[in-house]
Design a protein around this ligand. Structure first.
Ligand code: TXA
Ligand code: MG
Length: 371
């Protein structure tokens, strides 16, 4: 285990600072209720020594490195194949840690932290000099989150208090909600993967920018605008969040990239339920003629009506928490089954539905048919 350059046990190579980096990835299981302190210490030491460890959080699996070490951030970008202008979220375990990495803590942040931390909320602050530009993609601001997952919290402490962690997928792919998808993307690229089972939420944290004039949601998530407005009165939404054609650059640099995409060609179909089924079945028939493997993402209610090769249900259409938890897994499963043409029903955009549709729209490259 550890940094073993040139010890070829896996097939892929990645490139770090002009050096090929190939590591043996150690996979460990962790019981979230009874955390093995020796293993957490081992994982924390890997991060302290500049290595990378993937770990479970309540939202999705994260790919963790020392947030205060510029080389660790570079390794994260290389392991993900991610453009280095796309800043990382710094994960902390307690409020004391926040003061060192930000220039000031606005009153709005204190209020939000009191209500939603630890939990699936990321806040953007002006950064202090302690945070290297490599971690923030060159920006003067820093994104900070305090996760609630017990493994994440213990690991942050064991690693010295500050873990930079993007989602643990290769850039562009759906974020991993299970350790097996982390292994699929990261085996041979990072030192350790901690398997803590299925995640609870399944979509990445809500991001709120507190450096703009009004608090602004840059990425929707489990913590909704309505929940934030109960604490802060007025909260804006970044106008680019749900549209491909706004002509503006999103304020969260990561939101401009195609994301969460399955390998198959994904189209969202929205409109009256009966017409959606009719349209999708007609298109499926066309593709059958072309010998393409087809798939549909629908709900428990609509599933039986489709003639696709593979049908995946997100569950009850009114249970948005379940839809959030299942979405990325379904996108990955469609890949595993080599589905080439995928149609997804559009889901309701109220509450967490906004985050669900934001991710689905990105996965589809904003390809939507209205019927
Ligand atoms: O739930 C989550 O937030 C997960 C888990 C692992 O904590 N992490 C996650 O990280 O989703 P990542 O790197 O996949 O997404 C981070 C997003 C990107 O869209 C990035 O552009 C944005 O946060 N971001 C980070 N720092 C920012 C900053 N200073 N200003 C604006 N956007 C920022
Ligand atoms: Mg991500």
């Amino acid at each position: 285990m550890g940094n073993t350059y040139g010890d070829c046990t896996v097939s892929e190579w990645c490139f770090v600072g002009g050096k090929d980096r190939q590591v043996n990835t150690k996979l460990i299981r962790m019981d979230n209720q009874h955390i093995d302190e020796t293993l957490v210490r081992e994982a924390g030491n890997i991060i302290k020594n500049g290595g990378l460890v993937a770990f479970p959080t309540e939202t999705v699996y994260g790919l963790g490195g020392d947030a205060l070490n510029p080389q660790s951030s570079e390794k994260i970008y290389a392991a993900k194949g991610r453009p280095s202008d796309n800043p990382l979220i710094v994960h902390i375990a307690d409020m004391e840690a926040l003061g060192f990495i930000v220039r000031e803590i606005p009153e709005s942040a204190r209020k939000l932290a009191k209500m939603f931390w630890p939990g699936p909320l990321t806040m953007i602050f002006h950064k202090s000099d302690m945070v290297p530009k490599e971690t923030t993609g060159g920006l003067d601001t820093v994104a900070v989150r305090m996760p609630v997952h017990p493994v994440a919290r213990e690991l942050i402490r064991a690693a010295g208090g500050y873990i930079a962690a993007p989602s643990a997928n290769r850039s562009g792919k759906p974020s991993p909600t299970l350790a097996k998808y982390v292994t699929e993307d990261m085996d041979g690229r990072i030192e350790m993967i901690i398997d803590g089972g299925d995640v609870e939420i399944g979509l990445e944290s809500t991001i709120v920018d507190l450096t703009s004039k009004e608090p602004t949601i840059l990425r929707p998530g489990y913590i909704t605008r309505q929940m934030l407005e109960e604490v802060l009165n007025e909260v804006e939404e970044d106008g680019t969040m749900m549209r491909a054609d706004s002509g503006q650059a999103p304020k969260a640099p990561g939101m401009k990239y195609r994301h969460y995409a399955p390998k198959g060609d994904l189209t969202i179909v929205s409109g009256d339920a009966g017409r959606v089924t009719e349209y999708i079945n007609a298109r499926l028939a066309d593709y059958k003629g072309e010998n393409k493997k087809t798939g549909v993402i629908g709900t428990d209610i609509s599933m039986a009506a489709y003639y696709a090769d593979v049908c995946k249900s997100v569950g009850n259409p009114h249970d948005e928490k379940m839809i959030a938890r299942r979405l990325y897994r379904i996108l990955r499963e469609l890949d595993d089954e080599d589905v080439e043409i995928i149609f997804a029903e559009a889901f309701d955009t109220s509450g967490i539905g906004l985050a669900i549709m934001n991710r689905l729209l990105k996965a589809a490259g904003h390809k939507v048919v209205r019927v």
